[in-house]
Design a protein around this ligand. Structure first.
Ligand code: ADP
Ligand code: MG
Length: 372
């Protein structure tokens, strides 16, 4: 169904925002850590028209239902379901003091949902850019990203950090975005695998996670408790030696955070040096840490990484929140077919659903599209 079919009029414009893949720096964005995501070519597209009243209508080609209400109906927990990601952005912008009116909004195209590629942030960011333009807010992209985070945290109720939204709004083609979540500062780091005869593969295990189901929140709580136990505001400045005061689960969760932040620094140094080929072992170490210390991997993610490495990938790790979703593998371009086949065969042999393997190209952040 077209925008016209839904709303009986044409949209004022179309806006696209990409999904993201995190190269490294996983689960550290709520510990004031460093992460290194890049925007992918897959994009969510929203078609939006401003309204003269405060009515808000939201529909998606990817999901049933939607939302039909007024601005005043939007708030924490409302609307429930997927429409909260889009409507929540309107609420967050208004909460930040901006004059925003009603909209008709159709999510016309999408980043694959729940694959660990951040379709949620893509939807929020496309919506934010649309509303910023239609209501002439003239906001900085950092402010838009903050409103998107607020929508996801407060309206949807998923306690995610700010990495996904920063990547979707601030990333540039041919770069990864070094995001320092302590102060929100960013830096573009050269990252163009094809130039080095490499390819970054994204392996969607097709195991669908639900971030809102509590396990993400448990990890986040453990990380915050570790910091509090050590008397620190966050684990950002903690050293491995300081962690000796912790034990059990808290120690292991905290150890992941501290070592992962260090791995990000090492990967950035290699990329700045033009040594992408050498990051493989750091990707492998990140996966080990996420699987054993942080315990957010799963059988299928482990299998994907192991099969990819066995077929010649230089390194592989789960990416995103975990418990399913996608893994990444850095492969020489001439080994892409072998790696892809090996992963699919391993899944078939294990009785798992056929994974989708695609190449990820570091792409530009959110942008307007010409109206059809
Ligand atoms: P991810 O962000 O990794 O894709 P999440 O669980 O954070 O996974 O977000 C996925 C959810 O975002 C979907 O279940 C749905 O509620 C919402 N969503 C994302 N894209 C769309 C879309 N195009 N249409 C409707 N809902 C969407
Ligand atoms: Mg998400």
């Amino acid at each position: 169904m077209t925008f016209f079919d839904h709303f009986g009029r044409e949209p004022d414009g179309r806006w696209a925002a990409p999904g993201r893949v995190n190269l490294i720096g996983e689960h550290v964005d709520y510990a004031q850590g460093l992460c290194l995501p890049f925007a992918i070519a897959e994009r969510t597209v929203v078609e939006v028209a401003a309204r003269p009243d405060d009515r808000v209508r939201v529909r998606s080609r990817a999901e049933a239902d939607g939302f039909d209400g007024s601005l005043g109906d939007i708030g924490p927990g409302s609307p429930g379901g997927w429409a909260g990601y889009a409507a929540g952005v309107l609420w967050a912008l208004r909460e930040a003091g901006h004059r925003v009116g009603g909209v008709d909004l159709l999510v016309a195209d999408t980043v694959p949902l729940g694959a660990g590629l951040s379709s949620s942030a893509a939807l929020e960011c496309a919506t934010a850019l649309a509303v910023d333009t239609l209501y002439g807010l003239g906001l900085d992209r950092r402010d838009l990203a903050a409103a998107c985070v607020r929508a996801e945290n407060d309206v949807v109720g998923a306690r995610t950090g700010g990495m996904d939204q920063a990547a979707s709004l601030l990333a540039t083609a041919g770069h990864a975005l070094l995001l320092d979540t302590r102060d929100g500062s960013t830096r573009q780091v050269p990252f163009a695998p094809a130039d080095d005869g490499l390819c970054l593969l994204v392996i969607d295990t097709r195991v669908r996670h639900r971030l809102a189901d509590g396990r993400y929140g448990e990890r986040r709580a453990a990380v915050e408790k570790s910091a509090a136990t050590l008397g620190l505001a966050s684990l950002r400045e903690a050293t491995l030696r300081e962690l000796e005061a912790l034990d059990g689960d808290l120690l292991r969760r905290a150890r992941h955070i501290v070592t992962e932040i260090q791995r990000v620094r090492e990967v950035v140094a290699l990329l700045d040096d033009g040594r992408l080929r050498d990051v493989g072992p750091l990707l492998d170490a990140s996966h080990q840490s996420l699987a054993l210390d942080f315990e957010v991997s799963c059988l299928e993610l482990d299998l994907a990484c192991q099969a990819a490495r066995g077929a010649g990938a230089l390194g592989a790790r789960m990416t995103g929140g975990g418990f399913g979703g996608s893994a990444i593998a850095l492969a020489p371009t001439d080994r892409v077919d072998e790696v892809t086949t090996a992963v699919r065969e391993a899944f078939a042999a294990g009785g798992h659903e056929d994974p989708e393997v695609r190449a990820a190209e570091p792409s530009e952040g959110a942008h307007p599209l010409p109206v059809l």
